[in-house]
Design a binder for this molecule. Sequence first.
Ligand SMILES: [Zn+2]
Ligand SMILES: [Zn+2]
Length: 342
Amino acid sequence: MTTVKLPTAKTAVLTAADCAIPAGADQRLPLPAGVRPFQLNWPNISVIGAYHAAALLAFMPGYFSWSGLIVAALGTHLCGLFGINLCYHRLLTHRGLKCPKWLEHAMVIVAMSCLQETPARWVAVHRRHHQFSDEQPDPHSPLAGFFWSHIGWILVNQPELARLGIYERYAKDILRDRFYVALERNNWLLWINLGQMPLFFGAGFAVAWLSGETPAGAALTGLSIMMFGVFVRTVLVWHITWAVNSLTHLWGYRSHETDEDSRNNILVGLIANGEGWHNNHHADPRSARHGHRWWEIDNTWLTIRVLAWLGLASDVVTPAAHLAAPRPGKLTTRGTTGVPAD
Ligand SMILES: [Zn+2]
Ligand SMILES: [Zn+2]
């Protein structure tokens, strides 16, 4: 399956900022148009800073518990895999599969609990990344700097990512679903992330209390489960997702000669449940399977196969046959959002 260009009307008018400036070997890619390094996004800086501080605090005596660590590890694995990889990325952004609406919406709630934006915004930013990969309008190319691509791009205001403009251009299909419109309008990102705190605390407290701990001991266990289940997990999923943006456009091998700098990175491939086979992904964005070789383990793909077997996933897009054939020149992957026209 090749990527399909959106019709001209939908690719819409290219702004001056979209005039791509490719990075030469000796030239650092300029930051996206309008970005001023010191126009900081204080809400993002505050929240990201507070979560990192709370995550570190979780490892201090008094808060640390092995059960908390297990909750964080399991939560990182499951929320990253189902919420971010399977739902936000392969399902909503690239339409590589379909799921029943109830399941799709449930996975969106899981994704939102990772504090990585609403579905419309996540999808819009990522489609822009595919359209302008490693060119100036790319929201987070490491050719503009490693720190920029990993976290810096979230800490400043990016005029080109202003909500209405980017939604109009990249997320119309998402906002046809009234559920996703409601999530935008009612600040659900905040409520879901605040709401999970008492949930984790309550679950930890209940299990400890039922196991015979005193109320004070159970409260401390509940606090530890909340610190690991919310803050440590969120920070881990953040850095794993951000590593896909930063590491896999810098280091790794290339199986496909694409016209950007995407790489297959073994470390990210393993810790990000298949998202690190990023050169494969750019070569064929719609495919729900990112690992192409037998040893490119792709847990997200394996999960999609299980869902399909259970009747919970359909229209699953597999790697395009033409990728196996040698080709002259580079494979064009830029200039399209990687989603089918509708
Ligand atoms: Zn990429
Ligand atoms: Zn993608």
